[in-house]
Design a protein around this ligand. Structure first.
Ligand SMILES: [Zn+2]
Length: 262
């Protein structure tokens, strides 16, 4: 599932390909992905306008529609985007296609129809309506913010890292990676974490997400010390070489090393 680093890579991709071009049409191939707007409404919202800038909050990507507000995209379990010029082959699983002048197109692709397209006047209003927690990369998100957020909370650390109402953007894969790098067991209770461990999680969280973005959120390019490329049945720990364990945490399959993560 696209998490913060993946969506940040999509944001940079849109930023470098899709801004400042007149939108001439919008085609929706699956109305199910429209959230709170019809195909006709979306077309009216976008046609004759340009995307002026991009933003992101957690796993949501936003495109600033000149003079209107924001177009929001959520990538569900498998979504991605593709920009093309002079190419009339529509990629498989395209759910929506934005046409720009000069035969350019941005396809919103989703093998499983769990993502969404919506509009928002202000990003902050959307964040409040969805009760989303702060994004890890927003300027005011520092160590103190993190320590306050997780203080006096119950539950397991992995569940809380994935809790979008607490912190926005981290899902199953990156919570595993963060806890592996911080050498903390995914089921460890928040109440049982020492101050030093909490600070280590904060620092590791920033480092892991930063590294993933730098590597285009492509696990094949991650440092050899990373867990993510080993998240499979035969996976072994890149630190000690022993087999990884698999457990369920909040309904999600978590991979971890029982020897390295105490
Ligand atoms: Zn290990």
């Amino acid at each position: 599932m696209p998490e913060l680093p993946d969506v940040e890579v999509f944001r940079r991709y849109c930023q470098s390909t899709s801004l400042h071009q007149m939108i001439t049409d919008v085609k929706v191939y699956s109305e199910r992905i429209l959230d709170g707007i019809t195909e006709e409404g979306l077309r009216k919202y976008l046609r004759g306008h340009k995307f002026q800038s991009t933003d992101r909050h957690g796993k949501y990507l936003f495109l600033d529609v000149s003079g209107k507000g924001w177009l929001g995209l959520h990538f569900g379990m498998t979504g991605t985007i593709k920009y093309s010029k002079n190419d009339h082959e529509i990629p498989d699983y395209t759910r929506a296609l934005y046409d720009f002048e000069e035969d350019c197109h941005l396809a919103f692709i989703m093998p499983r129809k769990l993502g969404s397209i919506f509009t928002a006047g202000q990003i902050q209003d959307f964040v409040e309506k969805k009760e989303l927690g702060p994004d890890v990369f927003k300027e005011d998100f520092d160590e103190k913010t993190f320590l306050v957020l997780i203080s006096n909370r119950r539950g397991m650390i992995k569940s809380q890292l994935m809790n979008q109402k607490l912190i926005s953007g981290i899902g199953n894969v990156y919570s595993d990676e963060i806890l592996f790098q911080a050498k903390i067991h995914p089921r460890k209770k928040l109440m049982k974490l020492s101050e030093e461990e909490k600070r280590r999680i904060y620092k590791t969280m920033k480092e892991v997400l930063d590294t993933a973005i730098e590597q285009q959120a492509d696990p094949d390019q991650f440092p050899t010390s990373y867990l993510t490329p080993h998240r499979n049945k035969e996976g072994t720990c890149p630190r000690c070489g022993r087999g990884l364990d698999k457990i369920k945490v909040s309904g999600r399959t978590s991979y971890f090393c029982p020897f390295c993560q105490g």
